[in-house]
Write a protein that binds this ligand. Structure first.
Ligand code: N01
Length: 530
């Protein structure tokens, strides 16, 4: 989906949006930001839901940082940000594997209020993205407010407020919970016999062990998702042998990743409007090239996407046997589309092997496949994805009248408009279940969601004490979502992490335009207030 036009935008205006807005760090009523208080202070904080509501933000990844910035902009300074790790960044802190980059172009994968004219590449590296979040958090005065090493174990509705309890026993209470807990962070380990017998170094792609030397080693990678494809491209040059264990082939879209020149960066710095225009173009390309057509599997756009991927395979894999092994038997876009500029090249190197025999077991010396071959390895990487159904869990979330989230989500997670749940008033999720996750900028998604949440917060402040979607609205939304999901490209004949246990896609099944429209104005009739 990356277009060669991306770098040829003519700047049209002068505007420096890098200057951080003047955001006060003082609490509007107490004269200091509440996040600077001690936990004991919090328990004594008198918070009025209307004039000085207290927000508990869980998670300091992309959407937690966004929440803090947006709350401050709205003059809502009574909040705390809790982060279980010792560093912000969420998925970009946890995923540090070689070759990691975002498959959404960097100028779109940035906050709309904090452009970065200095992105080094069209698809910048994970370390650069992590540095960007750290920089934004610092510039907007959010980093100093984050309470690190605070894992929330329980979040309970009590006497009309939310009380959270942390692993270290400390507590806090607030009027609103913003669950910015992320999606892709609980590694999924494969159920393969003998995993614990391997004598070499073995780790999950999201738990990379940087102490393990890789140069000249025999490296095995299990999986062919976005992580594995990037890892293969990054490691093939230094490995003595690289074996990719493929259970299912993937469609791959060619994604050239040119560096931005110093002239281009200077241009972006001086003419920020060029970034605005570039973002609009990329967003349009994602939305019009995919997102607005995912429910119309026969659309010209999805057919073009498929043809694009077929041509990439045909034109770039020479050996017909290897080419057929790499050819998926499902439609492009059914699984999350992989963008890569170097995978086909990497897998055709003399030291690379694509192993399509299924894995029998892991042994001390390597991987034994069903044909009896032992693939001897020094390092084994499990690029086997994430437990995407966890969301806020393992946190024990208990709503009104003792309703447990674990029980509500017994058959799989869901949420009204991907944001809220009946019986969990004033608790809002960012990038929660049923949201748009397929090849979009999740930053754009989170920004739209937060503007929706702020409108709900204003309702509570002006009209009531709490608000949650009605059961009827939840049921209607879920019924319509399930019906629409059947017609999406994700339901066109493949397995992926987009599917629930029953095989139905869980992601937002309508157009991105509809998502924007829904997020622009909550249907207030769908909410119950108290
Ligand atoms: O994980 P995945 P991922 N035996 O779930 C295979 C985002 N992301 O970490 O297809 C053998 O996609 C499994 O095989 P199959 C992005 O949203 C983005 O790569 O189920 N194989 C599959 O090939 C992405 O979609 C970026 O048959 C086993 C692989 O493991 C999401 O994260 C980069 C197996 C898992 O693929 C997840 O990507 C990285 C087994 N027992 C991640 N179990 C970018 O922005 C699983 N597999 C570029």
């Amino acid at each position: 989906m990356a277009s060669p036009r991306l770098q040829s935008i003519e700047p049209v205006d002068l505007m420096d949006r890098r200057t951080a807005p003047k955001i006060g760090r003082d609490d509007s009523e107490t004269g200091r930001n509440s996040a600077e208080m001690t936990t004991e202070d919090h328990s004594m904080t008198t918070s009025s839901t209307s004039s000085n509501p207290r927000f508990l933000i869980i998670g300091a990844g992309m959407s937690g940082i966004l929440s803090a910035i947006r709350l401050q902009e709205a003059g809502l300074h009574n909040f705390a940000i809790y982060e279980k790790a010792d560093r912000l960044g969420g998925t970009w802190r946890e995923n540090t594997y070689p070759g990691i980059a975002c498959d959404v172009p960097s100028h779109l994968y940035s906050y709309s209020f904090a452009f970065n004219p200095d992105w080094s590449h069209r698809f910048s590296a994970g370390s650069e993205i992590q540095a960007y979040f750290e920089d934004v958090a610092r510039r907007y005065g959010v980093d100093a407010l984050i309470r690190y090493g605070k894992e929330i174990t329980r979040c309970e509705r009590n006497d009309g407020r939310w009380k959270i309890t942390m692993a270290d026993g400390s507590t806090d209470a607030g009027d609103f919970v913003i669950a910015a807990t992320g999606v892709l962070h609980h590694p999924s380990y494969p159920d393969i016999a003998g995993l614990d017998r391997f004598a070499g170094a073995m780790f999950h792609s999201a738990r990379w062990n940087h102490d393990v030397p890789l140069a000249g080693k025999r490296i095995g990678v299990i999986g062919t998702g976005s992580s594995a494809i990037q890892i293969v491209g990054a490691l093939v040059d230094q490995a003595a042998e690289l074996s990719l264990f493929q259970r299912t082939p993937q469609w791959i879209a060619p994604a050239l990743n040119p560096a931005y020149s110093e002239t281009e960066k200077a241009n972006f710095r001086e003419h920020t409007e060029a970034i605005t225009q570039l973002r609009a173009e990329i967003s349009h390309m994602f939305v019009e090239g995919f997102a607005n057509h995912l429910a119309d599997v026969n659309s010209i756009q999805l057919q073009a996407l498929h043809a694009f991927c077929v041509a990439n395979l045909e034109n770039n894999v020479k050996d017909p046997v290897l080419r057929e092994k790499l050819r998926p038997n499902y439609r492009a876009g059914c699984k999350r589309l992989i963008m890569s500029e170097n995978f086909y090249d990497a897998i055709q190197r003399p030291n690379a092997r694509l192993v399509t025999e299924s894995i029998e077991r892991i042994e001390e010396a390597g991987v034994r496949t069903r044909d009896g071959t032992l693939h001897a390895l020094d390092v084994l990487v499990l690029a086997t994805g994430f437990r995407v159904d966890r969301f806020m869990r393992p946190m024990d979330v208990v709503g009104r009248n003792g309703t447990r989230l674990e029980e509500v989500w017994r058959n799989g997670p869901y949420a009204y408009m991907a944001i809220a749940l009946p019986d969990f008033p004033n608790l809002f999720m960012l990038n929660g279940p049923n949201g748009p996750v397929g090849n979009f900028s999740l930053i754009e998604v989170a920004e739209l969601q937060f503007s929706y949440i702020l409108q709900l917060v204003e309702q509570v402040r002006s009209k009531c004490k709490e608000l949650s979607p009605s059961r009827a609205a939840m049921e209607r939304f879920d019924r319509e979502r399930r019906e629409a999901a059947k017609n999406t490209i994700w339901n066109s004949g493949c397995k992926s992490w987009y599917l629930d246990d029953g095989g139905l896609p869980t992601a937002w099944p309508w157009t991105f335009d509809r998502f924007r429209e829904e997020m622009s104005r909550p249907r207030l009739d769908d909410f119950e207030t108290k």
